[in-house]
Design a protein around this ligand. Structure first.
Ligand code: GDP
Ligand code: IMO
Ligand code: MG
Length: 432
């Protein structure tokens, strides 16, 4: 009954999609347990590029079953678009291989509108959300008034609940934010169509996932966002609204706490962040342009969901150690090592200096302002000039690239099991 977990160790966009694609080869079920269509997971197979926001990346492998767990928030419009996109790409979508938890919370146009209105009202203190309605949908869940997908199984009841939701949201939209309300009858019509779309896929998914584990099947949990965006342990308030760490897997899939075989931490060879919040190793100027790229390539650092340029900086090992502890990582998957080719030297943040003290670790979860007061203490490693994109084995990597990888695993205290050197499926080095 192996349960494996893929986790982003940074601020998201570490390359989880391609990691899940790899590990799905040997998994029966691939399940998302947190977040919604704020995620953007890229998988590149040959000439085909998939950008998945909601449905687990493992769906691309025909033998898998994809699960949308109860810890998620689901925008049915995105679901409908993504199903179409996948079908057009030849991926089979049917109720045998796509299960949607009946306890999943629905995102509505009112949540999206409120997300944007709340950000606009914040002025300077903006979080820089994806505008996908994630925060307001989780607010409704916690306030115990959210719409759950399972309610769609009873059309009369659902119509009434949708009316209640939009009437209440309109009071906020028109009253507090002084914007025109949404047309409630039109929304009911739209949501009745979504109800019909979702109905065949709705399941009590937790017991089914547990049954699969009990039967000896392999379940892969696909984390969305990253450790530092966790609503409790991340750089609050500059976080998303769900549990992004490995601990969220159990509640977000409806499983009892049980042993986990692997917790694979995905780490980019440098650091990126979209949206506001502290970022000790952030760079600007020429070096930032080098790491970000120009936007001409699919892997350049522009948001998969929003297209925003990502903030970039050197790899931060203090934060990586934090991610190891919070998630119980068993191994690392290092992505985008190819991007560092061409540098003479590569600084890596090995510690922080704060108030004349040197710190090798920092628990900032109670007050992320601490991070903003930290100066990175860099250790500079030699760079390499060779293009790594054709390397397929450890021995083909230049010595300086091998040393960079060894430094990361020694400093993080977790072995680097995989290294990727390009966005496509085959650009991979597996270490024995
Ligand atoms: P996710 O949200 O963690 O799944 O990551 P995203 O898909 O948002 O962003 C990762 C980006 O990096 C995507 O454009 C991937 O195609 C690309 N990528 C992943 N691994 C590599 C790699 O090893 N090298 C390069 N150059 N690009 C990569
Ligand atoms: P994947 O799964 C990177 C960030 C937003 C913002 C903050 C809150 O592709 O790694 P939200 O819309 O969730 O309320 O925004 O979280 N954010 C992400 N950044 N990758 C993501 O997902 C993200 N999902 C949310 O930019 O700073
Ligand atoms: Mg992403």
């Amino acid at each position: 009954m192996p349960l494996d977990i893929v986790i982003g160790t940074q601020w998201g966009d570490e390359g989880k999609g391609r990691v899940v694609d790899l590990l799905s080869r040997d998994s029966h079920l691939v399940a998302r347990y947190n977040g919604g269509d704020n995620a953007g997971h890229t998988v590149i197979v040959g000439r085909q590029t998939y950008k998945l926001h909601l449905i687990p990346s493992g769906i691309i492998h025909p033998h898998t079953t994809a699960v949308l767990g109860s810890g998620m928030v689901l925008n049915p419009q995105t679901l409908s678009e993504e199903m179409e996109m996948l079908r057009a790409a030849g991926v089979e979508i049917n109720p045998d291989r796509l299960w949607i938890s009946d306890a999943v919370q629905l995102i509505t146009p009112a949540h999206r509108l409120l997300d944007r209105a709340q950000e606009a009202a914040k002025g300077k203190g903006q979080i820089g959300t994806t505008g996908r309605g994630i925060g307001p949908a989780y607010v409704d869940k916690a306030a115990r008034r959210g719409l759950r997908a399972g309610e769609a199984l009873d059309p009369d009841h659902f119509a009434g609940r949708v009316r209640e939701h939009f009437e209440e949201a309109n009071r906020l939209i028109t009253g507090l934010y002084q914007q025109p309300g949404l047309d409630v009858d039109a929304m009911i019509e739209e949501f009745m169509a979504y109800a019909a779309l979702m109905r065949p896929f709705l399941r009590r998914s937790g017991p089914r996932v547990q049954a699969a584990l009990d039967a000896g099947q392999t379940v892969l949990a696909e984390g969305a966002q990253g450790t530092l965006l966790d609503v409790e342990q991340g750089t609050y308030p500059f976080v998303t609204s769900s549990t992004t760490t490995s601990a969220g897997v159990f509640s977000g899939l409806g499983l009892g706490v049980q042993p986990v075989r692997r917790v694979v931490g995905v780490v980019k060879a440098f650091q990126t962040r979209v949206g506001a919040g502290p970022f000790p190793t952030e760079l600007d100027g020429e070096m930032a342009l080098f790491l970000r790229g120009t936007g001409a390539n699919t892997w350049d650092e522009y948001g998969t969901t929003t297209g925003r340029p990502r903030r970039v900086g050197w790899l931060d090992l203090v934060l990586l150690r934090y991610a190891r502890e919070i998630n119980g990582l068993t191994e690392l998957f290092l992505t985008k090592l190819d991007v560092l080719s061409g540098l003479n030297e590569i600084p890596v943040c090995a510690a922080y200096r704060r108030a004349s003290q040197t710190l090798s670790s920092l628990d900032f979860s109670g007050d992320s302002r601490l991070l903003a007061q930290c100066e990175p203490v860099y250790q500079t490693l030699p760079g390499w000039q060779e293009d790594l994109r054709a390397c397929r084995s450890w021995d083909e990597l230049p010595a300086a690239a091998q040393d960079y990888v060894r430094f990361i695993e020694e400093q993080a205290g977790v072995p680097v099991k995989y290294i990727s050197v390009g966005p496509e499926r085959s650009a991979l080095i597996e270490r024995s």
